[in-house]
Design a protein around this ligand. Structure first.
Ligand code: PDD
Length: 287
């Protein structure tokens, strides 16, 4: 069975879903996106993802062509049409097809392009959850508004390729001597006194929805969290390192560059945070 995807008001088999060569998402990466995880056929933190989408739109003067309720219904319809049990839903909104290539924003009557599709993949039984990730550090060469979730992801792809070329799973990005975040995740270290450190929000990094929920859960679980910048050296010395994202929840990092972190195995704080995050996601999606 072909995957059913949503394009501008229609549900179509993926082979029939097309957009224009003049679409500004394609020509200029003039588009924003969201990725929401699906567990047990239910959506995790969809309201928060849609709130961040609205913020991204505001920052770029993009207008959503449908209401938030309609967006929710499209997510639900795609889960049903594709019998999706676990994975994610990708949503992309571009500034549409202005009929030609022109840097200026088109007139506001040009309709944005809205595309959504499902991706089936294991999140709870993520292949790296038990063994942990090996990562490298890499210079953060992205633009200066990483708080907006745009599809301009080439720098992230380049860093992931660099990691793969060095037999690593992923990269942590470094700017002015401090780690900003992962290529597609937020990053955390755990100090000797068991405090979780993560960089405070700013234009330098994406305000992760997983991060937002996890910090609240950590507080309820009496795990202390400090929001402050940290360096690769801090990370080498850390007891634990982990990353978070909607596609992986909480994943341990066991090696950074050529340094083994802690004893080279996922640490207790990371394990606990992964467990309480999964609990929350399962409770939210229980029918
Ligand atoms: N990426 N930072 C960056 C640069 C990201 O791309 C992501 C997510 C995050 C974590 O955000 P959240 O917890 O809301 O998923 C942080 C998604 C999953 C992606 O591009 O596939």
């Amino acid at each position: 069975m072909q995957r059913m995807v949503y394009v501008d008001g229609q549900y179509l088999p993926e082979s029939q879903a097309t957009i224009s060569v003049f679409d500004r998402g394609f020509l200029f990466a003039d588009a924003v996106y969201e990725v929401t995880s699906v567990i047990n056929g239910g959506l995790v933190d969809l309201d928060a993802h849609l709130a961040r989408l609205q913020r991204s739109c505001r920052e770029l003067s993009l207008t959503l062509p449908v209401t938030i309720d309609t967006l929710k219904n499209i997510h639900l319809a795609l889960i049903e049409k594709n019998a999706l049990h676990e994975g994610s839903i990708y949503l992309q909104l571009s500034r549409g097809n202005a009929g030609d290539r022109d840097f200026h924003y088109p007139p506001t009557d040009v309709k944005p392009t809205l595309v959504l599709f499902t991706q089936a993949r294991p999140i709870i039984a993520h292949p790296k959850a038990e063994i942990g990730l090996t990562v490298i550090t890499s210079p953060d060469i992205r633009w200066q508004r990483r708080d907006i979730k745009t599809v301009s992801l080439l720098a992230a792809c380049m860093a992931k390729e660099l990691a793969h070329a060095q037999q690593a799973d992923d990269a942590l990005l470094v700017e002015n001597g401090f780690i900003t975040e992962g290529t597609s995740s937020n990053c955390y270290i755990v100090t000797d006194d068991k405090t979780v450190i993560t960089r405070p929000l700013s234009h330098a990094l994406l305000p992760g929805i997983t991060r937002q929920s996890l910090l609240a859960l950590a507080q309820q679980d009496n795990i202390s969290v400090e929001e402050r910048p940290f360096t690769p050296e801090d990370a080498y010395q850390a007891r634990e390192i982990f990353i978070t994202s909607a596609t992986s929840f909480v994943l341990p990092v066991v090696k950074l560059d050529d340094r083994i972190i802690g004893d080279g195995k996922p640490g207790p704080i990371t394990r606990r945070l992964r467990e309480i995050y999964i609990d929350m996601a399962q409770t939210q999606t229980r029918i």
